[in-house]
Every structure is written in C-alpha cells, then in structure tokens.
Design a protein around this ligand. Structure first.
Ligand code: SF4
Length: 425
C-alpha cells in the first residue's frame, strides 16, 4: 500500500498536521510512501512498530502490523499516522492500491479550519462497493469538500469483507434485522455489529459535527432501507446496521443521506445544523457560562426560525447560567439546542423572524425604505423570491445603520454565502 500526499500547485510554506485512521484489509506488512517535492518531517509519523526510511524528497516507511487477527487470508488493521510537512500545501491524501487506483482517505489541507464530517466512503469516489464501483457525489466532494473535512467510513470493508464481494441485504424484523449475503446466505450480522460498536468509539474522538450516509445500503442506509421478511417480501422501513449503531451512539449529531441532500430544503437544514453544532462544540470545548450566554444571544433569531417553543426553553436555561452546575447547564442546553435544530424552518417561521427584525429599524428607515422592506418580505411569503433576498436587504440596512444586535445574529449569515443556500423560492 502506498499513501500518496499530493501538493497544491501554489505552494506556500505552511504546516499540515493530520492523523489518519484507516481500517483496511492488508497483508501483514504495510508500506506507506509520502510523496512530496519538499521534505516531509517524519518525526511525527507514527504507527505500530514503525521503521522509518525517510529520504526526502521521497520518503518511504515500512512497518509490520502487530496484534491483528487473521480473517482467513486477510487482515483487518487500524493504522494511525500523524505527519507534518513544513514546506508544502497538501491538498489530499490517497492510498494507492497495487493495481493502481487512488483511494481517497482525507483532505488534510486547512484541516484545522474545516468542519469534520463522517461520510460513507463510496460517496467520495472510493471503489469500495460490492462490485468494485463507487458512488461519488460531486456536490459533496466538490462543493461541501471546500468546507468539510471528510472522515470516510466503509462498514463492509472495514469489518473485513473484500472487494468485490457478494451483495447483501437486511432480512428479518426491521427493528433488529440480520445482514445476509444475497446468494450464499452467509450471515454477517455479528461481524458487522462487533466492528460497528468498536468503530463508533473511535469516531467519538474524531470531533465529528455530522455524518452523510449512503442511502439504501443495508450497512450505511439511514432510513427506508429494504428489509426482507421470511416470504422474501421487502418493506422499506429498515436502517443499515452501522448507521443504526452510529445514530444510537451520537443521537445529537446532524445526519443526512446523500440523496436527500439534493433537496434544497433538506440540504439547507443539514448544513445549517452542522454549522450550529460546530459552533456549539467550540463553546463546550472550553466551557464557561458566559460563552453559553454569548452563543445563545448570537443564535436567538436562528433558533426562533426553527421553534419558538425551544427558543424560549433555551432562554430559560441560559438565564440560569450563573446558578446551575456547568455540566448540568451545558448538558441541558445542548439537548434542547439539537432538538430545536431537528425541527425544520418554514416560510411562516422565517416571516415571523423577518417581521420581528423590522422592529429594529423603526427609528432608522424612511417610509419608502420600510415599504420596500415589507414588500420584499411579502414576496418571500408568497414564494416569489428566495429567503436570500430579504436577508440581503436586511444585511444592507444593518451595515447602513450599524444595527449592533442584528449584526451579531447568525441568522443573517449562518453558513458561507458560497454554498448558495437560501436561494430557492
Ligand atoms: S454504502 Fe457503505 S458499506 Fe456500502 S460501499 Fe458505501 S460505504 Fe461501504
């Protein structure tokens, strides 16, 4: 196996620091290669029993893998590599298999700034499907990839199954189905669940702010996966085995399927939830009651666009910032926050928020400006213009009249404008 580190064309001196966790089938000896035209500082490369043969600019290391159980002639390993390259801007990391394809395992560039999202590996274009194919989703890789750092997971490969392999399906009751190979009838349930329960504990340390699942998969599907009964009749109400273990372990994490991300409303909802969760995680990392109050203040309008009831409940929790124990405080706030974010915004809820915002300009707007603002809100209410139109006008007035409270509201800029969200009527 070779790990290829690719550099960007416009190289600037910088440090990239990245840990990779791979679950791959391998022979007992793994060879990795860091390819760089600049020296790679191998002191930070670490792996079991690593023997380093670095020779810049092409650095090669080889190490035996210990402590693994043979699965017939195959091995399943977890490999952790941290590397630091001081002189190259690194754009992507791939594993090169002996027969030549590059298997994408991460985007290390700006990994400190990007939001870490778990994802079904085949959606990144990795050829891990049962037939050796993939399901690359260009919106995910090309658009979301600019803001998200993906942590790929392929349950079927990582639990030790080969490529190609028999296709599988869920059989039995939708609540606790078995994962069965379609032709041979081999039952992979125990193998998959054992692996999944271990893997979610590893993922708990990955600082994930969401997960994008491959739809309809008996391993990765988040909902509406086919489950066959004893008469071979399918019902569409199953959940993939890994997806179920993951969602049970991380009930608050925003999750979505790639197909649903092509629906603009669902896409917006998922991405907004991911950004809110990420901002909240930064509060929790270095928690103080003051930070919670400041987070709540900046998200008031955004929360109201999801649920007035939850917004008020969150306000009551934030008001106890000085009295509750910190863990009780952030624990109950977090639960309400993500419950609030699970409820979708609607045009009606947005109109309520927009009308509330108009009140902040009572003293400033001329009658003509006010009339124009109300007309734009009305056009949005009647589905003639997208939300981005009134929001842009509000941002204009906020800048013009220097309205401090609204300027601090994430509702007006919940995610990067380049994602082109809120742009549908
Ligand atoms: S759907 Fe899941 S298990 Fe199937 S190939 Fe994709 S990542 Fe692997």
């Amino acid at each position: 196996m070779m790990i290829i580190v690719k550099e960007a064309d416009n190289k600037q001196p910088r440090t990239s620091d990245r840990r990779l966790l791979l679950g791959l089938q391998q022979s007992p000896v793994v060879m990795y290669t860091l390819v760089s035209r600049h020296p790679v500082d191998h002191r930070s490369v670490s792996a079991p029993a690593l023997t380093d043969k670095s020779a810049p600019p092409l650095a090669i290391g080889m190490f035996p893998v210990h402590g693994i159980s043979p699965l017939s002639t195959r091995y399943s390993i977890n490999l952790m590599i941290a590397f630091r390259c001081h002189h190259a801007k690194i754009t992507r990391i791939t594993v090169r298999k002996p027969h030549g394809y590059d298997f994408l395992i991460g985007y290390p560039m700006n990994s400190i700034d990007k939001i870490r999202i778990g994802i079904s590996s085949c959606l990144l274009g990795n050829p891990v499907r049962f037939d050796g194919g993939h399901k690359r989703d260009r919106y995910i890789t090309d658009t979301l990839g600019a803001y998200f750092e993906f942590v790929p997971v392929c349950p079927e490969i990582e639990c030790g199954l080969p490529v190609p392999r028999e296709s599988m399906r869920l059989v039995g009751s939708p609540e606790s189905p078995r994962l069965i190979a379609s032709k041979s009838g081999t039952d992979h349930t125990v193998r998959m669940l054992d692996w999944a329960n271990r893997r979610v504990e590893e993922l708990a340390g990955e600082d994930l702010c969401g997960f994008i699942f491959k739809s309809k998969s008996p391993s990765s599907g988040m909902e509406r996966v086919k489950v066959y009964d004893r008469n071979n009749v399918p019902s569409n109400n199953g959940v993939g085995l890994f997806a179920r273990v993951f969602m049970d372990r991380f009930p608050l994490l925003p999750v979505e399927e790639e197909g649903r991300l092509h629906d603009m409303i669902l896409r917006e909802h998922f991405i907004e939830s991911v950004f809110v969760y990420r901002r909240w995680r930064r509060v929790v990392e270095d928690f103080t009651p003051h930070k919670l109050v400041s987070f709540h203040t900046g998200h008031k309008l955004l929360l109201r666009a999801h649920s007035e009831t939850h917004y008020r409940a969150l306000g009551r929790i934030a008001a106890q910032a000085g009295t509750l124990e910190p863990e009780t405080l952030w624990g109950s706030y977090q639960e309400q926050l993500m419950a609030c974010m699970r409820l979708k915004s609607t045009v009606k809820k947005h109109v309520n928020v927009l009308m509330h915002m108009v009140g902040y300009f009572k003293k400033y707007l001329s009658s003509d400006e006010k009339k124009e603002l109300l007309e734009v809100i009305d056009r949005f209410k009647n589905y003639h213009v997208p939300l981005i139109v009134p929001v842009t006008l509000f941002n204009h007035y906020i800048r013009k009249y220097d309205e401090a409270y609204l300027r601090g509201q994430y509702y007006l800029n919940p995610h990067p404008i380049e994602l082109k969200l809120r742009n549908h009527a």
